[in-house]
Design a protein around this ligand. Structure first.
Ligand code: G6P
Length: 368
């Protein structure tokens, strides 16, 4: 109803605006004495020490959160991570060993393929941690341990605030696994935690620049195709960004790792093709700039998302720049995804789509 939307036109934009609170509610109650405390999520040194490999299984948007998680866990904890869709994992006869941990991610905790994956992992004797937003959901009841995201009820079919808290959960898990396994020095852990504590506040900033995204969306909502490119973490965020614009505005969008673009997909770049380029990572910026030049040389229209510190460097090489506040590079996904959510939202509004209930989609898919 109107009252539940609290003055917003749609649940999706209300939920986008609730992200700073969702992040804060998920993060701060789990920080005690300068340390992340995941005992409520079943974490103990004993449980983590022997783990050699992690499987993350999820569907849809949650599986794109998993892509970020893979990168972050491998980076901070030096444990190799494999990501699988629930519908693949359950029928693939995956190679599972006793020293593996399975993490399943699901906003609703009721997605049939994710539940089936959890059951398969448990049947094979593995420990399963669930990241879910719904207390008492099937996943929460059947998992060995549960990390509850505290996003609050999510109503729009397109997931926004649940996704961002799933990212946060994975960051916290990565830092804890890294610390317990001795891969993350105390000083670095403390520095990262301090940075992480700034993220909820910083995440308010992209919403203040909604006019830029409304304008781009109003120019682009009739587009047939768009390409989202990035490297590393930016590539993982690009995947979620394309999902947002596809599901609510029905614009076909594809995410590519920027370095792979030249191996085929660049053939699709024509004059004025929209290319959303994420370049938030300092160590990859130069490489991204050369990919952006390749796109510009074919006449593509480049909308770049960068950290404020790089805006001046990038501005004259692209068509439009959107800046996110400066932040530790590792945490940039929690800020850079917000303009992508808003671009999808405003494109759908411009097009007159049923934003909160897109055609053919359900909030949670409880059948196969
Ligand atoms: C459906 C929804 C998606 C969601 C996916 C997984 O397909 O339309 O938005 O990402 O299910 O949902 P879950 O509740 O498991 O996170």
């Amino acid at each position: 109803t109107q009252a539940e939307k609290a003055g917003y036109e749609h649940f999706m934009i209300k939920e986008i605006n609730e992200q700073p609170k969702a992040l804060a509610d998920t993060l701060f109650p789990r920080i005690h004495d300068g340390k992340i405390d995941l005992t409520d999520a079943g974490f103990s040194d004993d449980m983590i020490e022997g783990i050699r490999k992690i499987y993350i299984v999820a569907c849809g948007t949650a599986s794109y959160a998993a892509q970020v998680g893979k990168y972050v866990i491998e980076r901070l904890a030096r444990v190799s991570v494999e990501v699988d869709a629930g519908s693949e994992f359950r029928y693939r006869n995956p190679v599972l060993e006793p020293d593996m941990l399975v993490i399943v991610i699901s906003q609703s905790g009721e997605t049939a393929d994710t539940i089936a994956a959890l059951r398969e992992a448990k049947k094979r004797g593995l420990k399963v941690i669930a990241i879910t937003n719904v207390v008492g959901s099937t996943l929460s009841r059947e998992a060995d341990a549960v990390f509850y995201t505290r996003a609050g009820m999510e109503i729009a079919v397109a997931s926004t605030k649940a996704y961002i808290t799933q990212l946060l959960a994975l960051y916290m898990i990565a830092m804890e696994v890294g610390r317990i396994k001795g891969k993350l020095a105390d000083e670095e852990y403390a520095r990262l935690l301090k940075e992480l504590e700034r993220v909820p506040e910083l995440s308010k900033e992209p919403m203040e620049k909604k006019k830029d995204l409304q304008k781009l969306a109003s120019q682009r909502y009739m587009d047939q195709h768009a390409f989202y490119i990035g490297r590393g973490l930016d590539y993982a965020v690009a995947m979620e960004g394309t999902m947002k614009i596809k599901e609510v505005s029905y614009i076909h969008a594809e995410a590519f790792s920027a370095g792979e673009l030249k191996h085929g997909t660049i053939a699709l770049i024509e004059k004025n093709t929209l290319v959303v380029a994420l370049a938030t990572q300092a160590d990859l910026l130069e490489k991204m700039m050369s990919n952006i030049k390749e796109v510009k040389a074919r006449g593509g229209y480049v909308f770049a998302i960068v950290q404020e510190r790089d805006a001046a460097t990038v501005a004259d090489q692209v068509d439009q720049v959107f800046t996110i506040p400066n932040v530790e590079d590792l945490f940039a996904p929690m800020l850079s995804v917000i303009p992508l959510q808003m671009l999808g939202y405003y494109a759908a509004v411009s097009k007159g789509c049923d934003v909160d209930k897109p055609r053919n989609l359900a909030k949670s898919v409880t059948v196969e």
